[in-house]
Write a protein that binds this ligand. Structure first.
Ligand SMILES: *Cc1c(COP(=O)(O)O)cnc(C)c1O
Length: 419
């Protein structure tokens, strides 16, 4: 049976009356975690309250010691957040889920709660700009040493671990190159050295890749992306086992306070109901877009995990159920070519967000990865002609027609340069 968590005491109607392990992800994402109030509302309620009241001082005292179940303050938890956390937990198959105000707060907390001065961290080099900043700039300020490795090279991972290594970190697929890390193999190496593996699973989504089942210890999400999925709210989530959640994540979040707004949690609860529909459709379109881009003149490189040309296709097929909703590619003509491509688009928006119902495209070297040293960018393949496309819910045919406008502009440019 679904474990009735401490927050369930106020309900009259539990929505999920079946064991969750008998239910499909689609069902869990509509019904999992729903905890109805005494009014029996159909849709999950939005609890805009910062605090809670107690029947007596004795009750307040018991709430604070944990003898009596219930909420005490919305920095710690809130009924709407509890519903979202439970729904995400069921989807991921994790023991616990903690929510944060953004994806970066989730990544930061998952690392900072665990490391101390003198500890060592190993990370894949291919990272979202802000993840890179935490590792390269913030952690060293506290005397935590960080080694960056080529995430695709298992020998490099093996060589980087030390007796003081407490944590390994990767994004797979990584932003923006879609480079993969063999999660099962790196988890095995990390565990042999007594370290924990944290995986940022934003690009794969909880539907199409299960890092915990592959051996990772902690999974983080920016729920801003596919989970809201309609470009409205920021949020983040950390999923892990009970022991780590209770001992390390929970006290860190309670006392540092990167709490998710109940309103954002409510938007995301509703977002989860349609996650499989949206992500499946976006993934189908991304696969069609990848095929079309591969054949377009002016496109010099394509990166899409399940595409036949993908350098790590075997690993992609092994650890990701489907390709991503993101497609990366390079156009001829460097930055001039990339900007000509972007300026020719009439449908797809230029934006650094992703996982939205609207298709969005970005030029990482001048935006999301601007702060990364040029040599590091180039080593990762983020060249001046590199573009990252987040495929939305528009018809794939309209998207392909728009991308063809971009490719035509690149071809016209290279022709002019040749004259
Ligand atoms: C967007 C993103 C984040 C950060 O999430 P925010 O909600 O914007 O803070 C972290 N990791 C990856 C891979 C992302 O794409």
């Amino acid at each position: 049976m679904l474990a009735r968590q401490h927050w369930c005491h106020y309900t009259s109607v539990m929505s999920l009356r079946l064991p969750p392990d008998h239910l499909s992800p689609e069902t869990l994402l509509v019904r999992g975690g729903t905890d109805r109030s005494r009014f029996g509302e159909t849709s999950e309620a939005l609890f805009l309250t910062s605090g809670y009241v107690y029947d007596s001082p004795e009750s307040a005292a018991r709430r604070f010691t944990g003898e009596e179940p219930g909420f005490v303050y919305s920095r710690y938890s809130n009924p709407t957040l509890a519903m979202l956390a439970e729904r995400l937990r069921l989807m991921e198959g994790a023991e616990t889920c903690h929510l944060t105000a953004s994806g970066m707060a989730a990544v930061y907390a998952a690392m900072l709660c665990h490391v101390r001065t003198g500890d060592h961290v190993v990370s894949a080099r291919a990272l979202f700009g802000s993840c890179h900043y935490i590792l390269s700039t913030i952690l060293p300020r506290f005397g935590v040493e960080v080694t960056f490795v080529d995430g695709t090279d298992l020998a490099a991972w093996r060589a980087a671990f030390r007796p003081t290594t407490k944590l390994a970190f990767c994004e797979s697929p990584a932003n923006p190159t879609l480079e993969l890390v063999d999660i099962a193999a790196v988890a095995e190496i990390a565990h042999r050295h007594g370290a924990r593996l944290v995986v940022d699973n934003v690009f794969a989504t909880p539907l199409y890749q299960k890092p915990l089942a592959l051996g990772a210890d902690v999974v983080t999400y920016s729920t801003t992306k596919h989970i809201d999925g309609q470009g409205r709210c920021l949020g983040g989530a950390i999923l892990c086992d009970d022991a780590f959640g209770k001992a390390e994540i929970e006290p860190f979040l309670r006392h540092t306070g990167p709490a998710l707004s109940p309103f954002n949690a409510w938007v995301m609860l509703k977002g989860l109901e349609t996650l499989p529909l949206r992500v499946e459709r976006m993934t189908n379109s991304a696969a069609s877009v990848a095929d079309a881009l591969a054949a377009m003149p002016g496109v010099t490189r394509l990166l899409y995990p399940h595409h036949p040309s993908f350098p790590q296709r075997d690993l992609a097929l092994r650890q990701m159920q489907r390709g991503s909703t993101l497609v990366a590619f390079e156009v001829a003509g460097g930055r001039t070519g990339a900007f000509a491509f972007l300026n020719a688009l009439k449908l797809i928006d230029i934006s650094n967000n992703l996982g939205d119902s609207k298709s969005l495209i970005t030029h990482p070297p001048t935006t999301t990865h601007r702060a990364m040293p040029e040599a590091d960018r180039l080593a990762l393949g983020i060249t001046e002609g590199f573009l990252r496309l987040s495929v939305g819910l528009e018809a794939a045919s309209d998207l392909i027609a728009d991308l063809a406008r971009g490719a035509d502009a690149v071809v016209a440019l290279t022709r002019k340069a040749a004259e």
